[in-house]
Write a protein that binds this ligand. Structure first.
Ligand code: SF4
Ligand code: SF4
Length: 258
């Protein structure tokens, strides 16, 4: 499963890098934001009110948003660990950090839970600022590490934007998926659907030996060994816990109960 996931991640990352190369060489006006489902979310309000798209957003962004909703309903947040190129880059950096420190660094529960609320603040702030302060322009570009990185500092970014990318990538080394965990508005938007998602991971207490290897393997700090079913909203179905589990059948996947 890990090999398959790495292949899928690499293909999506290669796709966005190829798009970047084509954009830089002037072969296409499209950028990574053309393929961003979060754009679909930002587009909803002006589309409903004015029947117009905001700035560079198109119906394709809305179609991607709908696809993401269906995917999340079917597989929870698999998008984050299988498709999102920014997630892939962070994961690979996080693995380097794990090697350097010998384990994933964890933030204590209380500050961790508090910081996770920031994602909802970003989720609300981006559309509100887009429709008010930024006057329907995509002002979030200057703060969006996905856009800044995969357009290589595209238009409407600022001098500070590069520091945002450096900060996000550096943070991923010390704290796995720091951006996704604390600031990603798309991840926050997926939370409610993710909880209802059809792809479920259960721990079989009869075959589990409580060795705790799954806990150490989880880049999202989910205490897999102490739950019957992984219902944490930040589980991305990366299957790292399953890969590490030495007991056959101790962790089992089901899809809508089957
Ligand atoms: S619980 Fe398992 S599948 Fe979910 S994020 Fe952690 S390691 Fe990945
Ligand atoms: S790695 Fe497997 S056997 Fe060990 S605690 Fe986790 S589920 Fe149980």
């Amino acid at each position: 499963m890990r090999v398959l996931r790495t292949i899928v991640q690499t293909l999506f990352l290669a796709g966005v890098v190829a798009l970047l190369a084509r954009g830089l060489s002037g072969l296409t006006p499209n950028t990574c934001e053309t393929y961003c489902p979060f754009g679909g979310l930002v587009a909803i309000f002006p589309l409903a009110k004015y029947r117009a798209y905001t700035c560079a957003l198109t119906e394709f962004n809305v179609a991607l948003l709908v696809s993401l909703i269906v995917l999340t309903f079917a597989t929870k947040k698999s998008f984050c660990s299988w498709i999102c190129p920014l997630g892939t880059v962070q994961e690979w950096i996080g693995r380097a950090g794990k090697k350097a420190f010998g384990r994933y660094i964890r933030v204590p529960s209380m500050p961790d839970k508090t910081l996770m609320l920031l994602r909802y603040a970003v989720l609300i702030a981006v559309p509100v600022l887009t429709y008010t302060v930024w006057k329907y322009d995509l002002g979030f570009r200057a703060f969006d590490p996905f856009y800044i990185l995969f357009t290589w500092g595209g238009h409407e970014t600022a001098a500070f934007s590069v520091y945002i990318v450096i900060g996000v990538l550096a943070a991923a080394f010390f704290l796995p998926f720091a951006w996704c965990r604390y600031l990603c508005p798309l991840g926050a938007a997926m939370d409610p659907l993710s909880r209802a998602g059809g792809l479920r991971l259960r721990r079989n207490a009869e075959t589990c030996t409580d060795c705790g290897r799954c806990d150490k393997a989880c880049p999202h700090a989910i205490p897999v060994s102490s739950v019957e079913e992984v219902t944490a909203r930040n589980c991305t179905n990366c299957m790292e816990c399953v890969e590490e589990c030495p007991e056959k059948g101790a962790l089992e996947l089901s899809w809508f109960g089957k």
